[in-house]
Design a protein around this ligand. Structure first.
Ligand code: FE2
Ligand code: FE2
Length: 164
């Protein structure tokens, strides 16, 4: 299966400088994208042993990333901007949609069902690309704009502790 290059941050092409939180979290997205590509290509080659290993590595990275957002970044974003029901609620809902796909991915893996597996990864890819674009373009950049330096460095430090 041939895919277009994985999601690129639109702002990378406009030359807008990325700083702090946006830079850190965007590179986390790219890291997950790479792990996703390895997972998909193993399934593409019907190398189920590698697919199983890569899926677990990918899903662990995704869960760590979601934890950084749900437990560290989003609460501070909500408090700083006063937007409790805004972008963070949409993002939390999309995380849940992705988690549903993660479970389906594990079932397809167990059944070594290539068609099913690749159809789930296709849906997941679209969801991830749209989700990441919204975070990078709106949520992360607003965080960099609105958090003071001290808050930003505390948030970054806490997220880094969660690991990749
Ligand atoms: Fe997210
Ligand atoms: Fe994210």
């Amino acid at each position: 299966m041939v895919h277009l290059p994985l999601s690129k941050n639109l702002f990378e092409h406009t030359g807008e400088a990325m700083t702090g939180i946006n830079q850190y979290m965007t590179s986390d997205h790219r890291h997950c994208d790479e792990l996703f590509a390895a997972t998909e290509s193993a399934a593409d080659n019907e190398d189920w042993e590698t697919a199983a290993t890569q899926t677990e590595i990918f899903l662990t990275a995704m869960e760590n990333h979601f934890t950084k957002e749900e437990e560290v970044l989003f609460p501070v974003f909500e408090e700083t901007t006063g937007m409790q029901q805004g972008p963070t609620q949409v993002m939390r809902h999309e995380h849940q949609q992705m988690r549903d796909l993660f479970s389906q991915l594990r079932y397809a893996l167990e059944a070594t069902d290539q068609d099913e597996f690749l159809s789930i990864t296709e849906t997941l890819l679209i969801l991830m690309q749209q989700h990441n674009m919204k975070e990078e373009g709106i949520l992360y950049s607003m965080s960099d704009e609105q958090f003071g330096d001290d808050t930003a460095s505390t948030v970054l430090e806490k997220m880094q502790k969660i690991g990749d």
